[in-house]
Design a protein around this ligand. Structure first.
Ligand code: NAD
Length: 491
């Protein structure tokens, strides 16, 4: 049984912890490796921080143009090895091979944007704010920055942060999800073999809550980026603040899509079905509440048909459109939420429970499920299910739909499907969510835009990606400079 090692001070080493937990392939529940876990991982984290701090002291003075050079190579590495990495992602996380390739493309795009950091991070300068006095602002790195990531995008989410952190002159420590650590392990092996980075600049440490708490509490860690459930995001934000850190913490979601009566049925069905069931519904931007406005017979029939015909199976097999959910626990949690919804009065239009995939009977498979007429005050309306479940609601008007959306606790995404520009304009202005889609089912910002969650979907102010990333990983310094002796000639 392979036990994953940590990457500290530019080398691979065994964890101080003798406790390990298994990593499963969710399609068949086979154990593929094991990962260090438990209280002794704190020693690993402390060691990584010590070396990261030394690397930062060297790296911060490297000219900005030179700091981005390794990122060009990193991009090529990911491009050259994307097939192997995508296979690893599918086998540890369950999504289809095409979805794994898709997330890697998003990772690569973030590296590309961060390659322009030396331009995006340029200073502001005001000459002569008073006679003989100039004022300017520079951005300097923070020090050691850490990132804690969730299970659902093992190859992409670390790259929402890593390239920006090092391009701006920081050292970076990644603590990946203990459920899916192998893709980043492989990427770090590639980095180790191919990039000439100062030892300790990039570190990979494993573990769960103990490692995270060690990162939160250590005085040399200056910033924490987190992506995961709202409950943990809130904890990270408040603990980080307690220990004086800069924090960006992205949380969970419950994403609505409104379908107006004029929406194109075929296009809307295809895009919404991909949004709800893509990655088996385990995307923070997966649509889960579908709101039809007015008469909904045709669109409802079409959504039911599409749900029933989705091809479920092992993500590495050809033509598979949806893989398993991450774990046995996750599967039973989703099933019990479906049962609860039915007990609370929902009508089950499509039932995806109690079905197997031939040859993968031990896998954590669920098929698409559609619930309708769920009472608005019930748990299933407000709880993030994080599985392939659509909750279908019907409202009289777009305004009623917006009012319902705005009453929810999350604000990661809201979308509308319509052919009417005015409705779309009103929706994008009034819906209280940070990522809006118009005839788009997964409104995932590309790398140059911030990933803008609102409400309980985000804690902090500067988001991941693009300029926000650069601002998050730098602190401003304003310099006011007086040169009292002025020149004698004017031109
Ligand atoms: P999770 O919160 O269980 O775990 C995320 C990370 O936090 C892991 O690395 C884990 O080791 C660590 N962790 C777990 N419990 C902890 C604790 N008590 N104290 C400290 N650290 C802890 O999330 P998950 O199940 O891996 O991921 C799914 C969640 O992530 C969903 O809610 C999803 O919506 C959310 N998500 C959000 C975004 C976004 O951009 N907003 C993106 C992807 C996923």
């Amino acid at each position: 049984m392979k036990t994953l090692e940590n990457y500290i001070n530019g080398q691979w080493e065994r964890s101080n912890s003798t406790q390990q937990i298994p990593i499963y392939n969710p399609a068949n529940q086979e154990i593929t490796a094991q990962v260090p876990y438990g209280p002794d991982t704190v020693k690993d984290v402390h060691k990584a921080i010590e070396h990261a701090h030394k690397a930062y002291l060297e790296w911060k003075d490297v000219p900005a143009m030179r700091r981005v050079q390794p990122l060009f190579k990193m991009k090529t590495l990911l491009e050259d090895h994307k097939e192997e990495i995508a296979k690893l992602i599918t086998s540890e996380c369950g999504k289809t091979y095409a979805e794994s390739l898709g997330e890697l493309q998003r990772a690569i795009e973030n590296i590309e944007v961060a390659c322009g950091t030396y331009v995006l991070n340029q200073s502001e300068f005001s000459e002569n704010i008073a006679p003989g006095i100039d004022e300017f602002m520079i951005r300097q790195p923070l020090g050691v920055c850490a990132c804690i990531t969730p299970f659902n995008f093992p190859g992409m989410i670390p790259f929402w942060f890593l390239p920006y952190a090092i391009a701006t002159g920081n050292a970076f420590i990644l603590k990946p999800s203990e459920k899916v650590p192998t893709a980043m392990q492989y990427i770090f092996e590639l980095i180790d073999k191919n990039l000439d980075l100062p030892k300790g600049l990039l570190s990979l440490v494993h573990g769960g809550k103990d490692s995270v708490d060690a990162l939160l509490q250590h005085p040399d860690v200056k910033a924490i980026s987190f992506v995961g459930s709202t409950q943990v995001a809130r904890y990270i934000y408040s603990e980080g603040a307690k220990y004086g850190k800069r924090v960006q913490a992205q949380g969970g979601a419950k994403n609505p899509i409104v379908i107006m009566p004029d929406a194109d049925i075929d296009m809307t069905t295809k895009i919404i079905t991909d949004s709800v069931y893509g990655c088996a519904g385990q995307r923070c931007l997966a649509a889960s509440i579908i709101i039809t406005v007015g008469d909904n017979k045709n669109i409802k029939d079409s959504l039911v048909e599409a749900a029933k015909s989705r091809k479920v199976g092992y993500g590495l097999e050809k033509d598979i459109e949806m893989g398993p959910v991450i774990s046995k626990e996750s599967k039973s949690r989703i099933e019990s939420l479906i049962q609860k919804g039915v007990a609370e009065g929902a009508n089950i239009l499509v039932d995806g429970t109690n079905k197997n995939v031939s040859g993968f009977e031990n896998g954590n498979f669920l098929y698409p499920t559609i619930l309708e007429n769920v009472p608005l005050n019930k748990e299933i309306i407000s709880t993030e299910i994080f599985g392939p479940v659509m909750t279908l609601l019907n409202f009289k008007s777009m305004e009623d739909s917006i009012q319902f959306i705005n009453s929810g606790r999350y604000g990661n995404m809201a979308c509308i499907f319509t052919q009417d520009g005015l409705s779309a304009r009103q929706f994008r202005s009034q819906a209280m969510a940070g990522n809006i889609g118009v005839n788009v089912g997964v409104a995932a910002p590309v790398a140059q835009f911030p990933f803008s969650g609102w409400k309980d979907s985000f804690f902090g102010d500067l988001h991941a990606q693009g300029r926000h990333g650069i601002e998050f990983y730098t602190q401003t310094k304003v310099v006011i400079e007086r040169w009292p002796k002025t020149w004698s000639r004017t031109f």
